[in-house]
Design a protein around this ligand. Structure first.
Ligand code: SF4
Length: 85
């Protein structure tokens, strides 16, 4: 049997933690539309996170947030010293 390998640079949707993803999806769905980043901005932010050394199992080592949730909030910003997004 193959052991499932988890990449440190994966987002939650790729890790496949079903219950966690479900909870995250519920949180995202509960966020008012006007508070959400548009889909292009959301994708841009996550693309930057994927390349960042602070991404660790879907969380940001700089703040502890799940990046897929943090990136969804329009007014949120990257906590990195370089403020990557
Ligand atoms: S430091 Fe910024 S770019 Fe890096 S994982 Fe955290 S939120 Fe994403």
């Amino acid at each position: 049997m193959h052991e499932k390998r988890i990449c440190r640079k994966c987002l939650l949707e790729e890790i496949g933690e079903t219950e966690l993803i479900k909870s995250l999806e519920e949180l995202k769905a509960a966020m008012p539309e006007e508070d959400r980043a548009d889909s292009a901005e959301y994708a841009r932010r996550l693309a930057i996170c994927r390349e960042c050394e602070a991404l660790n199992d879907g969380t940001c080592a700089k703040c502890g947030c799940y990046v897929e949730f943090r990136a969804l909030k329009k007014r949120m910003y990257c906590p990195h010293e370089e403020r990557k997004w």
